[in-house]
Structures are given as C-alpha cells and as structure tokens.
Write a protein that binds this ligand. Structure first.
Ligand code: DAH
Length: 347
C-alpha cells in the first residue's frame, strides 16, 4: 500500500526534477543530454514502468496512469523547449551574422598602364593618325637583320655603338634596337610604298646607371616611296612633336652618324619645361634629345627589296622612356623596370 503511494509521490518528484533541469537548458547540445537523462531508456520515469509489476494490484492502475501522465508531460515540455531553443539559436545567429547593407562598398585595386606603355601608346596613336601602320617584329633577332642588312658588317667599328646580348645559338641575338624591323617590314611590302611604326623592347649589354638600362622601348618609324625627301622626315617629326607636346613647340635636327641612314641626325625638341630658355631638365641648353633619324641608306633600301634609283625613304628611332622621363621628371631610368609599385602607382 504505502509502497504504491511512495511511487506516486516519487513520480511527482521525478517530474519536478526534470522540469527544473529543463528550465536551465539553453542550446541544442544540453537539450539532447536532458532528453537522454529524463526520457531515455534509463530515465527515472522509465524505471517506474519496468517496476510496475511489483506494485500493489490495487494501486497498479493508478501508478501506471500517473507514470504515463508524467512521461507525456515531459514529452510536451521537451517539444516546447525544442521550439524555444531553435528560435533562440536563430535569433543569436541573426544578431551575429548581421549584414549592414548601407555600408559603402570596398574599392577594388585598379590596375594601370605602365608609364613606358603610356608614352609608347601616345607616340603610336599620333603616328597612326598620320597614316602609319603598326608592324610587329621580334625581340630575338638574327645578326643579319640587326646588323648586316642595316649596313653594319661584322668587325665594322660602328658595332661598338651597340653592346649586344648574344644567345648561345650562333647568329642569334636580342635586338639592340627596333631598326631590324625596317628590313622585315620592307621585305614584306616591297615594291609597294611603305609607312610603318615598329614599337617594342630593345636590349643592350650595358653597365646600368641612372640613364642606361639593359632593356628599354623604342619606336621605329619608317616611310619608303618614290620621291620621299628629308623635308618629309622633318615634317613628320614636327607634326608628331606638335601633336604630342604642343602646337608651337620647335624641333631641331642635329647632324649625326648612323650606318643605316645618310644623312643622319639626332632629334631634339624644345624643352617643354622652360620653353627653351634653359633649365635643370634640359641642363641649360633649351633642347631635349628624343631619338635619331635620317634618310634610309641606299644599301639598306636594296636589302629591303627596293630599287634605290626609284625609291627613297626616311627612318627614325624614338625612345618612349626618354620622353616619359622628360615629361614626368623621372630622374632614373632604372625605375621603369624596377617593379616598385610606389613608382608605378603615380601614373
Ligand atoms: N637604331 C638607332 C639606335 O638605336 C636609332 C635610330 C637612328 C633609328 C637613326 C633610326 C634612324 O631609324 O634613322 O641607336
């Protein structure tokens, strides 16, 4: 008798303990632990079910009924708690992963063109507007194109003008200037008239310093046709300088020597910093040297496939880095290929 009553009291206690424990549960893990402890196979209420056979017959029905009520009450409380925990977890997540859609975006790092490329494109763009076409020629060249066909035979003292990187393959070198492209362009177009721009990298076996690099860009300009004169050459350079710098800048052609042109000249432009009065950039002289030029030597015309008695032509070689250095006051040519982002980001 008393045993049955004790079990009824015990069931109330079991229920109370379980409900109290459930109140402390905050997350899914502890809820799972609670479920095992209070509704699992070895839970207190389950033990009552397995002992029910030993209860007084008179009370057995009542105990069974009460045990069922406790179990159902705990299951209902669990379901309610499960819902509450899910909602709490979601609420915490919403706070933690909050997205501020009003925050301004992060700017991507934009790439930019290299200062040598800017100068190169400026020259090419203006020459294209003047009717010249870009022609690509290779950086790895033959000795024949780089020297021989440009009227610079082996052992000729003029070879001293270009310190050369030779490859391990005899007769193959890194071009020391863009002039070998003249031969390639002429041979492709002859005997029709030709107007071409040959831009690209050149290489020299140099001791590098502030004004010498072992690699640099050049832009070669070439025109071949019947009756082309030195006046046409001067006109082209003047027009280019006016387009690139200002419409009233003066140019000057200074007599010089190159084996592939006759006559030859150095190209100077009036200093655009001081307007020719003399300053630190032009070192007081008022003029800036930007390249070489001349009338194509008859031998070179012939090597290109033209009859020099019927055709004439002019050629010029300009230095884009040289022009960029003057334009942007860059004091050391080694900055161009030094890959220092702080330098490159300024353009
Ligand atoms: N190729 C020469 C050099 O690198 C520059 C040059 C001079 C190019 C005169 C020309 C020219 O086309 O006519 O030093």
């Amino acid at each position: 008798m008393s045993e049955g009553n004790d079990i009824l009291t015990e069931l109330d206690a079991i229920r109370q303990r379980a409900i109290d424990a459930l109140a402390a549960v905050q997350d899914e893990n502890t809820l799972q632990t609670w479920k095992t402890a209070h509704l699992g196979r070895s839970a207190a209420v389950m033990q009552i079910f397995s002992q029910i056979g030993q209860v007084d017959k008179a009370l057995r029905g009542q105990v069974g009924q009460k045990a069922n009520q406790v179990k159902q009450a705990l299951e209902a409380a669990l379901a309610e708690k499960e819902q509450a925990v899910r909602e709490a977890v979601l609420a915490r997540k919403l706070v933690a992963e909050k997205l501020d859609v009003t925050l301004p975006g992060r700017k991507p790092a934009y790439g930019r063109l290299h200062p040598a490329t800017l100068a190169l494109e400026d020259i090419c763009q203006n020459l294209m507007e003047m009717g010249f076409q870009i022609y690509r020629s290779p950086e790895v060249e033959t000795d024949e194109n780089n020297f021989e066909l440009l009227n610079i035979p082996a052992y000729h003292p003029a070879r001293d003008m270009w310190d050369t990187f030779y490859t391990t393959k005899p007769g193959v070198l890194l071009r020391t200037h863009t002039s070998p492209g003249q031969i390639r362009a002429m041979r492709q177009v002859a005997p029709k008239p030709l107007r071409a721009i040959l831009p690209g990298m050149s290489y020299r076996y140099e001791q590098t310093d502030a004004s010498h690099e072992s690699q640099f860009d050049q832009v070669e300009v070439i025109a071949v046709g019947p009756g082309i004169t030195f006046g046409d050459l001067k006109g082209m350079i003047e027009d280019l300088a006016h387009r690139m710098f200002s419409p009233d800048v003066h140019i000057r052609l200074r007599p010089s020597y190159f084996p592939f042109t006759e006559p030859s000249a150095e190209v100077d432009i009036e200093c655009f910093i001081c307007g020719g009065k003399g300053c630190a950039v032009c070192k007081g002289g008022g003029w800036l040297e930007i390249g070489g030029c001349g009338m194509i030597h008859p031998t070179v015309l012939q090597n290109g496939g033209y009859d020099p008695s019927k055709f004439s032509g002019f050629a010029a070689g300009l230095g884009p880095e040289r022009i960029a250095m003057l334009k942007y006051h860059i004091e050391d040519i080694r900055y161009f290929w030094g890959n220092d982002a702080r330098f490159l980001e300024q353009f």
